[in-house]
Design a protein around this ligand. Structure first.
Ligand SMILES: NC(=O)C1=CN([C@@H]2O[C@H](COP(=O)(O)OP(=O)(O)OC[C@H]3O[C@@H](n4cnc5c(N)ncnc54)[C@H](OP(=O)(O)O)[C@@H]3O)[C@@H](O)[C@H]2O)C=CC1
Ligand SMILES: CC(C)(CO)C(=O)C(=O)O
Length: 312
Protein backbone atom coordinates (compact mmCIF):
# COMPACT_ATOMS: atom_id res chain seq x y z
CA UNK A 1 0.00 0.00 0.00
CA UNK A 2 1.27 3.50 -0.87
CA UNK A 3 1.24 5.34 2.46
CA UNK A 4 2.09 9.00 3.03
CA UNK A 5 2.88 10.10 6.56
CA UNK A 6 1.86 13.76 6.62
CA UNK A 7 3.78 15.15 9.58
CA UNK A 8 6.85 13.02 10.24
CA UNK A 9 7.82 14.19 13.71
CA UNK A 10 8.00 11.74 16.59
CA UNK A 11 4.74 9.86 15.97
CA UNK A 12 4.84 10.12 12.19
CA UNK A 13 8.33 8.59 12.31
CA UNK A 14 7.12 5.74 14.54
CA UNK A 15 4.22 4.91 12.25
CA UNK A 16 6.42 5.41 9.16
CA UNK A 17 9.07 2.99 10.46
CA UNK A 18 6.58 0.32 11.53
CA UNK A 19 4.53 0.50 8.30
CA UNK A 20 7.75 0.44 6.22
CA UNK A 21 9.03 -2.58 8.15
CA UNK A 22 5.60 -4.17 7.58
CA UNK A 23 6.16 -4.04 3.81
CA UNK A 24 4.25 -0.88 2.83
CA UNK A 25 5.52 1.71 0.37
CA UNK A 26 5.93 4.60 2.82
CA UNK A 27 6.92 8.22 2.12
CA UNK A 28 7.41 10.80 4.87
CA UNK A 29 6.28 14.40 4.37
CA UNK A 30 7.29 17.16 6.76
CA UNK A 31 7.85 20.91 6.89
CA UNK A 32 11.05 21.01 8.97
CA UNK A 33 14.01 21.27 6.54
CA UNK A 34 16.73 20.13 9.01
CA UNK A 35 14.73 16.99 9.84
CA UNK A 36 13.97 16.16 6.21
CA UNK A 37 17.59 16.71 5.16
CA UNK A 38 18.90 14.56 8.02
CA UNK A 39 16.58 11.67 7.02
CA UNK A 40 17.47 12.10 3.35
CA UNK A 41 21.22 12.15 3.98
CA UNK A 42 21.61 9.70 6.88
CA UNK A 43 18.37 7.71 7.04
CA UNK A 44 15.81 7.92 9.85
CA UNK A 45 17.63 6.93 13.04
CA UNK A 46 15.60 5.38 15.82
CA UNK A 47 16.26 3.90 19.19
CA UNK A 48 13.57 1.23 19.14
CA UNK A 49 13.11 -0.34 22.56
CA UNK A 50 16.83 0.07 23.28
CA UNK A 51 18.14 -1.00 19.86
CA UNK A 52 19.65 1.60 17.50
CA UNK A 53 18.35 1.20 13.96
CA UNK A 54 18.56 3.24 10.76
CA UNK A 55 15.73 3.03 8.27
CA UNK A 56 15.85 4.41 4.75
CA UNK A 57 12.45 5.82 3.88
CA UNK A 58 11.77 8.35 1.09
CA UNK A 59 11.11 11.79 2.55
CA UNK A 60 10.07 15.16 1.17
CA UNK A 61 9.34 18.66 2.33
CA UNK A 62 5.75 19.86 1.98
CA UNK A 63 7.08 22.39 -0.53
CA UNK A 64 8.48 19.52 -2.70
CA UNK A 65 5.18 17.66 -3.14
CA UNK A 66 4.36 16.88 -6.79
CA UNK A 67 1.10 15.68 -8.28
CA UNK A 68 2.56 12.65 -10.07
CA UNK A 69 1.97 9.98 -7.42
CA UNK A 70 -1.33 9.49 -5.61
CA UNK A 71 -1.48 7.88 -2.17
CA UNK A 72 -3.73 5.00 -1.09
CA UNK A 73 -3.56 6.22 2.48
CA UNK A 74 -2.46 9.47 4.11
CA UNK A 75 -1.89 9.35 7.87
CA UNK A 76 -2.03 12.81 9.43
CA UNK A 77 0.46 13.28 12.27
CA UNK A 78 1.07 17.02 12.44
CA UNK A 79 0.53 19.04 15.56
CA UNK A 80 -3.06 20.33 15.72
CA UNK A 81 -1.99 23.87 14.79
CA UNK A 82 -0.34 22.60 11.56
CA UNK A 83 -3.22 20.41 10.36
CA UNK A 84 -4.97 22.89 8.07
CA UNK A 85 -1.76 23.86 6.26
CA UNK A 86 -0.73 20.20 5.85
CA UNK A 87 -4.11 19.32 4.31
CA UNK A 88 -3.67 22.14 1.81
CA UNK A 89 -0.13 21.00 0.96
CA UNK A 90 -0.90 17.27 0.46
CA UNK A 91 -3.80 17.98 -1.95
CA UNK A 92 -1.75 16.94 -5.02
CA UNK A 93 -1.29 13.43 -3.52
CA UNK A 94 -5.02 12.85 -3.08
CA UNK A 95 -7.17 10.97 -5.59
CA UNK A 96 -10.87 10.09 -5.30
CA UNK A 97 -9.79 6.83 -3.61
CA UNK A 98 -7.23 8.19 -1.15
CA UNK A 99 -8.16 7.48 2.45
CA UNK A 100 -7.21 10.00 5.15
CA UNK A 101 -6.59 8.81 8.70
CA UNK A 102 -6.26 11.41 11.47
CA UNK A 103 -4.66 10.23 14.74
CA UNK A 104 -3.83 13.60 16.29
CA UNK A 105 -4.54 14.26 19.94
CA UNK A 106 -7.32 16.73 20.63
CA UNK A 107 -10.98 17.25 19.87
CA UNK A 108 -12.76 18.36 16.70
CA UNK A 109 -10.14 17.78 13.95
CA UNK A 110 -12.83 16.38 11.64
CA UNK A 111 -14.17 19.95 11.24
CA UNK A 112 -10.84 20.93 9.63
CA UNK A 113 -10.48 17.76 7.53
CA UNK A 114 -14.03 17.96 6.13
CA UNK A 115 -13.10 21.26 4.44
CA UNK A 116 -10.72 19.36 2.11
CA UNK A 117 -11.71 15.67 1.99
CA UNK A 118 -15.03 14.00 1.10
CA UNK A 119 -16.61 12.41 4.16
CA UNK A 120 -16.48 8.85 2.76
CA UNK A 121 -12.66 9.00 2.70
CA UNK A 122 -12.18 10.32 6.25
CA UNK A 123 -11.21 7.99 9.09
CA UNK A 124 -10.53 9.32 12.59
CA UNK A 125 -9.05 7.79 15.67
CA UNK A 126 -6.46 8.02 18.39
CA UNK A 127 -3.41 6.16 19.60
CA UNK A 128 -1.74 5.15 22.84
CA UNK A 129 1.63 4.62 21.11
CA UNK A 130 4.31 7.08 22.22
CA UNK A 131 7.38 8.60 20.57
CA UNK A 132 9.96 11.30 21.16
CA UNK A 133 11.92 13.42 18.68
CA UNK A 134 15.56 13.50 19.87
CA UNK A 135 16.77 15.86 17.13
CA UNK A 136 16.58 16.20 13.34
CA UNK A 137 16.28 12.70 11.84
CA UNK A 138 16.37 10.94 15.22
CA UNK A 139 13.57 9.46 17.32
CA UNK A 140 13.28 7.46 20.51
CA UNK A 141 10.55 4.80 20.56
CA UNK A 142 9.74 2.56 23.47
CA UNK A 143 6.86 0.60 24.94
CA UNK A 144 3.71 -0.74 23.36
CA UNK A 145 0.56 0.97 22.19
CA UNK A 146 -2.66 0.64 20.30
CA UNK A 147 -4.84 2.46 17.78
CA UNK A 148 -8.61 2.85 17.59
CA UNK A 149 -10.25 4.15 14.44
CA UNK A 150 -13.59 4.51 12.70
CA UNK A 151 -15.01 5.79 9.42
CA UNK A 152 -16.77 9.16 9.41
CA UNK A 153 -18.66 8.43 6.21
CA UNK A 154 -21.66 6.13 6.11
CA UNK A 155 -21.21 2.58 4.72
CA UNK A 156 -17.43 2.70 5.18
CA UNK A 157 -17.16 0.29 8.11
CA UNK A 158 -15.48 -2.43 6.08
CA UNK A 159 -12.96 0.11 4.75
CA UNK A 160 -12.23 1.10 8.37
CA UNK A 161 -11.83 -2.58 9.33
CA UNK A 162 -9.41 -3.02 6.39
CA UNK A 163 -7.46 0.03 7.51
CA UNK A 164 -7.17 -1.35 11.05
CA UNK A 165 -5.85 -4.60 9.54
CA UNK A 166 -3.20 -2.77 7.49
CA UNK A 167 -1.95 -1.07 10.67
CA UNK A 168 -2.12 -4.25 12.75
CA UNK A 169 -0.24 -6.24 10.09
CA UNK A 170 2.64 -3.84 10.82
CA UNK A 171 2.40 -4.41 14.58
CA UNK A 172 0.46 -1.23 15.37
CA UNK A 173 -2.28 -3.09 17.23
CA UNK A 174 -5.24 -1.24 15.66
CA UNK A 175 -8.90 -1.90 16.33
CA UNK A 176 -12.13 -0.72 14.75
CA UNK A 177 -14.15 1.33 17.23
CA UNK A 178 -17.93 1.54 16.86
CA UNK A 179 -18.00 4.75 18.92
CA UNK A 180 -14.90 6.72 17.99
CA UNK A 181 -16.14 9.97 19.53
CA UNK A 182 -16.23 8.17 22.89
CA UNK A 183 -12.66 6.94 22.28
CA UNK A 184 -11.49 10.41 21.26
CA UNK A 185 -12.95 12.02 24.38
CA UNK A 186 -11.48 9.17 26.47
CA UNK A 187 -8.03 9.80 24.99
CA UNK A 188 -8.51 13.58 25.36
CA UNK A 189 -8.95 12.93 29.10
CA UNK A 190 -5.48 11.35 29.14
CA UNK A 191 -4.02 14.38 27.37
CA UNK A 192 -6.16 16.84 29.38
CA UNK A 193 -4.51 15.56 32.56
CA UNK A 194 -1.07 14.13 31.70
CA UNK A 195 0.10 16.57 29.05
CA UNK A 196 -0.54 19.86 30.86
CA UNK A 197 0.17 18.63 34.39
CA UNK A 198 3.50 16.96 33.51
CA UNK A 199 4.50 20.14 31.65
CA UNK A 200 3.54 22.47 34.51
CA UNK A 201 5.05 20.24 37.21
CA UNK A 202 8.11 19.24 35.15
CA UNK A 203 7.66 15.50 35.71
CA UNK A 204 6.90 12.34 33.74
CA UNK A 205 3.56 10.54 34.09
CA UNK A 206 4.78 8.06 36.73
CA UNK A 207 6.18 10.90 38.86
CA UNK A 208 2.90 12.84 38.64
CA UNK A 209 0.95 9.67 39.49
CA UNK A 210 3.04 9.20 42.63
CA UNK A 211 1.87 12.53 44.12
CA UNK A 212 -0.95 12.54 46.70
CA UNK A 213 -3.30 14.98 44.91
CA UNK A 214 -2.95 13.26 41.50
CA UNK A 215 -6.10 11.12 41.81
CA UNK A 216 -8.37 14.02 42.89
CA UNK A 217 -7.08 16.24 40.09
CA UNK A 218 -7.62 13.50 37.48
CA UNK A 219 -11.17 12.87 38.72
CA UNK A 220 -12.07 16.58 38.61
CA UNK A 221 -10.66 17.12 35.10
CA UNK A 222 -12.30 13.96 33.75
CA UNK A 223 -15.64 15.12 35.18
CA UNK A 224 -15.30 18.42 33.31
CA UNK A 225 -14.55 16.57 30.04
CA UNK A 226 -17.50 14.23 30.73
CA UNK A 227 -19.94 17.11 31.30
CA UNK A 228 -19.00 18.73 27.99
CA UNK A 229 -18.97 15.39 26.15
CA UNK A 230 -22.48 14.69 27.49
CA UNK A 231 -23.69 18.01 26.04
CA UNK A 232 -22.35 16.73 22.69
CA UNK A 233 -24.14 13.39 22.96
CA UNK A 234 -21.14 11.36 24.19
CA UNK A 235 -21.63 9.69 27.58
CA UNK A 236 -18.31 8.90 29.24
CA UNK A 237 -18.09 6.26 31.97
CA UNK A 238 -16.10 8.46 34.36
CA UNK A 239 -14.84 5.63 36.58
CA UNK A 240 -13.59 3.64 33.59
CA UNK A 241 -11.97 6.72 32.04
CA UNK A 242 -10.22 7.66 35.31
CA UNK A 243 -8.83 4.10 35.50
CA UNK A 244 -7.66 4.39 31.89
CA UNK A 245 -5.94 7.73 32.59
CA UNK A 246 -4.29 6.35 35.72
CA UNK A 247 -3.02 3.30 33.85
CA UNK A 248 -0.52 5.75 32.28
CA UNK A 249 1.17 6.15 35.68
CA UNK A 250 2.66 2.64 35.42
CA UNK A 251 6.46 2.97 35.00
CA UNK A 252 6.55 -0.53 33.50
CA UNK A 253 4.39 0.58 30.54
CA UNK A 254 4.35 4.28 29.51
CA UNK A 255 4.76 5.97 32.92
CA UNK A 256 8.33 7.09 32.17
CA UNK A 257 7.15 8.93 29.02
CA UNK A 258 7.19 12.72 29.04
CA UNK A 259 4.01 13.62 27.15
CA UNK A 260 4.24 15.29 23.75
CA UNK A 261 3.27 18.66 25.30
CA UNK A 262 6.24 18.41 27.66
CA UNK A 263 8.52 17.64 24.72
CA UNK A 264 7.18 20.67 22.85
CA UNK A 265 7.11 23.20 25.64
CA UNK A 266 9.80 22.23 28.11
CA UNK A 267 12.36 20.61 25.80
CA UNK A 268 11.87 22.64 22.64
CA UNK A 269 10.09 25.86 23.72
CA UNK A 270 7.41 25.28 21.09
CA UNK A 271 3.76 26.32 21.29
CA UNK A 272 1.46 23.57 22.55
CA UNK A 273 -1.82 21.90 21.56
CA UNK A 274 -3.53 23.05 24.79
CA UNK A 275 -6.25 24.98 22.89
CA UNK A 276 -7.32 21.69 21.21
CA UNK A 277 -7.46 19.75 24.50
CA UNK A 278 -8.35 21.53 27.79
CA UNK A 279 -8.89 24.78 25.86
CA UNK A 280 -11.45 23.05 23.62
CA UNK A 281 -13.32 21.84 26.72
CA UNK A 282 -13.27 25.38 28.17
CA UNK A 283 -14.69 26.83 24.95
CA UNK A 284 -17.36 24.15 24.67
CA UNK A 285 -18.17 24.61 28.38
CA UNK A 286 -18.89 28.30 27.75
CA UNK A 287 -21.06 27.36 24.74
CA UNK A 288 -23.14 24.88 26.80
CA UNK A 289 -23.06 26.93 30.03
CA UNK A 290 -21.04 24.28 31.88
CA UNK A 291 -18.41 25.39 34.41
CA UNK A 292 -14.93 24.02 33.63
CA UNK A 293 -12.67 25.79 36.18
CA UNK A 294 -9.82 23.24 36.14
CA UNK A 295 -9.64 23.19 32.33
CA UNK A 296 -9.79 27.01 32.24
CA UNK A 297 -6.91 27.31 34.72
CA UNK A 298 -4.79 24.54 33.15
CA UNK A 299 -5.18 26.20 29.73
CA UNK A 300 -4.16 29.57 31.14
CA UNK A 301 -1.19 28.13 33.05
CA UNK A 302 0.12 26.46 29.89
CA UNK A 303 -0.25 29.74 28.01
CA UNK A 304 1.64 31.49 30.87
CA UNK A 305 4.43 28.93 30.55
CA UNK A 306 4.50 29.40 26.74
CA UNK A 307 4.97 33.16 27.34
CA UNK A 308 7.60 32.66 30.07
CA UNK A 309 9.63 30.31 27.86
CA UNK A 310 9.16 32.44 24.73
CA UNK A 311 7.57 29.45 22.93
CA UNK A 312 7.20 29.75 19.14
N1 LIG B 1 4.66 12.17 20.90
C1 LIG B 1 3.80 11.32 21.43
O1 LIG B 1 4.18 10.45 22.24
C2 LIG B 1 2.36 11.35 21.05
C3 LIG B 1 1.84 12.35 20.24
N2 LIG B 1 0.53 12.28 19.84
C4 LIG B 1 -0.04 13.30 18.96
O2 LIG B 1 0.46 13.07 17.65
C5 LIG B 1 0.51 14.33 16.94
C6 LIG B 1 1.94 14.53 16.43
O3 LIG B 1 2.76 14.68 17.59
P1 LIG B 1 4.35 14.46 17.62
O4 LIG B 1 4.71 13.39 16.68
O5 LIG B 1 4.73 14.34 19.04
O6 LIG B 1 4.83 15.85 17.03
P2 LIG B 1 6.31 16.42 16.77
O7 LIG B 1 6.47 17.73 17.47
O8 LIG B 1 7.36 15.39 17.02
O9 LIG B 1 6.26 16.69 15.22
C7 LIG B 1 5.23 17.48 14.66
C8 LIG B 1 5.83 18.50 13.73
O10 LIG B 1 6.37 19.60 14.48
C9 LIG B 1 7.50 20.14 13.77
N3 LIG B 1 8.63 20.12 14.68
C10 LIG B 1 8.76 19.35 15.78
N4 LIG B 1 9.88 19.65 16.44
C11 LIG B 1 10.47 20.65 15.75
C12 LIG B 1 11.64 21.42 15.96
N5 LIG B 1 12.46 21.19 17.03
N6 LIG B 1 11.92 22.39 15.10
C13 LIG B 1 11.11 22.63 14.05
N7 LIG B 1 9.98 21.93 13.79
C14 LIG B 1 9.67 20.96 14.64
C15 LIG B 1 7.66 19.34 12.54
O11 LIG B 1 6.85 19.91 11.51
P3 LIG B 1 6.98 21.40 10.89
O12 LIG B 1 8.40 21.75 10.79
O13 LIG B 1 6.25 21.27 9.61
O14 LIG B 1 6.29 22.35 11.83
C16 LIG B 1 6.97 18.02 12.90
O15 LIG B 1 6.44 17.36 11.79
C17 LIG B 1 0.05 15.39 17.93
O16 LIG B 1 -1.32 15.63 17.80
C18 LIG B 1 0.34 14.74 19.29
O17 LIG B 1 -0.46 15.28 20.32
C19 LIG B 1 -0.28 11.24 20.19
C20 LIG B 1 0.19 10.23 20.99
C21 LIG B 1 1.52 10.25 21.53
C1 LIG C 1 1.48 9.33 25.46
C2 LIG C 1 0.32 10.20 25.77
C3 LIG C 1 -0.86 9.29 25.97
C4 LIG C 1 0.55 10.93 27.06
O1 LIG C 1 -0.45 11.82 27.39
C5 LIG C 1 0.12 11.18 24.64
O2 LIG C 1 -0.85 11.13 23.93
C6 LIG C 1 1.10 12.28 24.42
O3 LIG C 1 2.26 12.17 24.80
O4 LIG C 1 0.66 13.28 23.84
Amino acid sequence: MKVIIAGAGAMGSRFGIMLHQGGNDVTLVDGWPDHVNAIRNNGLKANLNGEDITVNIPVMLQSEIKADEKADLIILFTKSMQLDKMLQDVKPLISDNTKILCLLNGIGHEDTIEKYIPMENIFIGNTMWTAGLVGPGQVKLFGNGSVELQNLGQDQESAAQDLAKVLSDSGLNAKYSDNIHYSIYRKACVNGTMNCLCSILDVNMAEFGATKPAHDIVVTVVNEFAAVAHAEGVDLDVKEVVEHVESCFDPETIGKHYPSMYQDLINNHRLTEIDYINGAVSRKGKKYNIATPYCDLLTQLIHCKEDILGAK
